[in-house]
Design a protein. Structure first.
Length: 213
């Protein structure tokens, strides 16, 4: 069975490019692995059948006939381990790449998402306006740490793009146009990731997936 991921048939325009099926799509493109997409329309992702693959009713999930997993980070790591291109050959380099995947998801993304939840999804709540400065302050502090860690390197571990960069770049895209602009090295880092041909191919496939009413 060809490796298959799930994706939404439609999301609002503002959410496009941010949906997490972008991450495995990009990983497949970087490693040259063929893949298929199972498109889910409407509330199908919340169905009992889909929750057997993804218990939280989200995308993406992944199946290849042997491995059946969910969570974009786990899927990207599985893809990276299956073919060359995203994990260094040496154990130290591979371990550092994997650590940055976990860091992107655990140490950076919650702060990016806190701003999105407050300013977009809960913008009409009475506490949203008062909470805004705090979530921005927290995100800026975390971006400052990441900026210092990246320094003047091209990628997180030097000159080699890894699965850690792939996930981190996609996470950081959620801060574009906001606090990340105070950290030129991070903004440039994201731009380098977006300029990669594999990212552009994944983006085109992701956008082509949507069928507007």
């Amino acid at each position: 069975m060809k490796p298959t991921i799930t994706a939404f048939a439609w999301v609002p325009a503002f959410a496009r490019t941010y949906v997490r099926d972008m991450r495995p799509r990009w990983a497949f493109e970087e490693t040259g692995q063929d893949y298929a997409v199972r498109v889910l329309a409407g509330d199908a992702v919340k169905s009992a059948a889909e929750r057997r693959h993804q218990p939280f009713g989200q995308v993406p999930s992944y199946s290849d006939g042997v491995v059946d997993i969910f969570e974009s980070g786990a899927i990207c790591l599985h893809i990276a381990r299956a073919a060359p291109g995203l994990l260094p050959d040496d154990p130290g380099g591979a371990g550092r790449a994997e650590q940055w995947v976990i860091a992107a998801l655990n140490s950076v993304e919650p702060f990016v998402m806190a701003v999105a939840v407050n300013d977009i999804f809960e913008a009409d709540r009475p506490w949203s306006k008062d909470r805004h400065p705090k979530v921005i302050e927290d995100l800026r502090a975390r971006l400052a740490d990441l900026s210092a860690a990246l320094g003047d390197r091209t990628w997180l571990d030097g000159d080699t793009f890894t699965v850690g960069d792939l996930v981190m770049v996609h996470v950081l895209r959620g801060a574009l146009g906001g606090p990340i602009e105070a950290f030129p090295n991070l903004a440039a880092y994201v731009a380098r990731g977006e300029a990669r041909p594999a990212y552009q191919r994944a983006l085109a496939a992701h956008l082509a997936n949507f069928t507007d009413p």
